[in-house]
Write a protein that binds this ligand. Structure first.
Ligand code: GDP
Ligand code: IMO
Ligand code: MG
Length: 421
């Protein structure tokens, strides 16, 4: 039995979807355990190109069963659309996708409140995906949430009535329009009727699987530095993203999570507000254009920066990463010189990421190393030895800084564009 957690070691969008898709080959179960449809995971394989928000990215592997744990928050409309999209692409999920009845449901008022809070904060806004993530998790921990299990009785109606009373007062006070009870009740009863065949308690599935020695692949959403506790608070997301979240969010004891693959982009990106120490702000520069990306969920332009080894090293320590899946090395091709941040200083003294808060990170002095780049197109290279010497050195530098091996190297977005070591 193996339990492998796949996590992002930066600010999300490291390429977790692609990594989970190719690692799922040997997985019996592939599970999401945190976040919601703020995630956008890109998968490119023989079935096509997909931007997946809720269904585990390993669902394409034929012998895999997908699990959506109780730690995930669900927008039912998005999930139903995703199931339909997969079925149309020939990936039948019926009988091989199970959703925890403990998972909390994103209601229309969560999305409205997400937007209203962002607008009220003005220049201090988080830059959320406006998918209702903060408000639904706030309701979860303040005992105001609605879960799938509530639909098995009239508890849904009772809880909705109370919540609408509360939420409408806030919405109206903030200049929004009150929501109608009956419309929402009917809409969500309709979603439940369609999703009911997929809703099933996961406790026995997980426990029996562990006893039977099955292989589990745990797919994190977001990245280490969007974690509520360890990220750049308040510029974070509303769920725990480090591997320990898989324990609560899926019901898997921590002792089983022995392998943690840290997906690491060869440079850095971030969507939304908050510090990005190595950010490149010269929008006309070639390197800015090279690193440029568009967000998979919101279509926003991702902010970009050089690789920050202090960030990767911290993620490796915090999450107990056992190996790295390096992505987008191909994008660095054609740069004469590459800059890499190897550490932070404050008032001339070395500091660690954890020593400064989100606002302090804007003030740290970055210690850069300049390394030689390479010109060759590496997108067809499939062996480490086949990489240009400077690309090999770049990989070795990351291994040395993080203290763990780089086991996979991405040289293109497609599943097969991967060097396995
Ligand atoms: P996730 O949220 O961590 O799954 O990452 P996203 O899918 O949001 O963003 C990663 C982007 O990089 C997507 O467009 C992927 O198709 C792409 N990608 C992943 N790995 C590689 C790689 O090795 N090379 C290139 N060129 N693109 C990659
Ligand atoms: P994947 O799984 C990148 C960011 C948002 C915002 C902050 C809070 O694709 O890597 P939220 O909507 O969660 O309340 O927004 O978190 N964010 C992500 N950034 N990738 C993601 O997911 C993200 N999910 C949330 O941009 O800054
Ligand atoms: Mg993404």
């Amino acid at each position: 039995m193996t339990v492998i957690a796949v996590i992002g070691s930066q600010w999300g969008d490291e390429g977790k979807g692609k990594a989970v898709d190719f690692l799922a080959e040997h997985a019996d179960y592939v599970a999401r355990f945190n976040g919601g449809n703020n995630a956008g995971h890109t998968v490119i394989n023989e079935f096509g190109t997909f931007k997946i928000h809720l269904v585990p990215s390993g669902i394409f592997a034929q012998n895999t069963t997908g699990l959506i744990g109780g730690g995930v928050v669900i927008d039912p409309q998005v999930l139903l659309e995703e199931i339909e999209m997969l079925n149309k692409a020939g990936v039948n999920v019926n009988g091989r996708l199970w959703i925890s009845p403990r998972s909390h449901i994103i209601m229309p008022y969560h999305k409205i409140l997400d937007g209203l809070y962002e607008e009220a904060k003005g220049a201090g806004a988080t830059g959320t995906t406006r998918r209702g993530i903060g408000p639904v998790f706030a309701d979860k921990v303040s005992y105001n949430g609605i879960r799938w299990t509530d639909f098995t009785s009239d508890m849904f109606e009772k809880r909705l009535e109370v919540q609408l009373n509360l939420k409408n007062k806030i919405i109206v006070a903030l200049g929004g329009e009150a929501l109608s009870y009956e419309g929402i009740r009917a809409e969500y009863r309709g979603y439940y009727a369609k999703l009911k065949p997929y809703i099933r308690e996961l406790f026995s599935i997980v426990q029996d699987g562990l006893k039977a020695g099955k292989n589990f692949l745990l797919e994190q959403a977001m990245g280490t530095f969007l974690d509520t506790d360890w990220g750049t608070y308040p510029f974070v997301t509303a769920s725990t993203t480090i591997p320990s979240a898989a324990s609560a969010g899926l019901g898997i004891p921590p002792k089983y999570i022995a392998n943690v693959v840290g997906v690491t982009k060869a440079y850095t990106t971030r969507v939304g507000a908050g510090p990005l120490p190595t950010e490149i702000l010269d929008f006309d520069s070639d390197v800015y254009k090279k690193f440029g990306e568009v967000a998979a969920t919101t279509g926003r332009v991702r902010r970009v920066g050089w690789l920050d080894l202090e960030i990767v090293r911290t993620a490796a320590e915090l999450s107990g990463m056992t190996e790295i899946c390096l992505t987008k090395l191909d994008v660095l091709s054609g740069l004469e010189e590459i800059q890499v941040c190897v550490g932070y200083k404050l008032n001339g003294k070395e500091v660690r990421y954890a020593d400064v808060d989100a606002y302090g990170l804007d003030k740290v002095e970055l210690v850069y190393r300049r390394v030689k780049g390479w010109n060759e197109d590496i997108s067809r290279t499939r062996t480490f030895e086949g990489l240009p010497a400077n690309a090999q050195n770049y990989v070795k530098m990351i291994e040395e800084a993080a203290g763990i091996p780089v086991k996979w190297i991405g040289v293109g977005p497609e599943r097969e564009a991967t060097i396995r070591r």
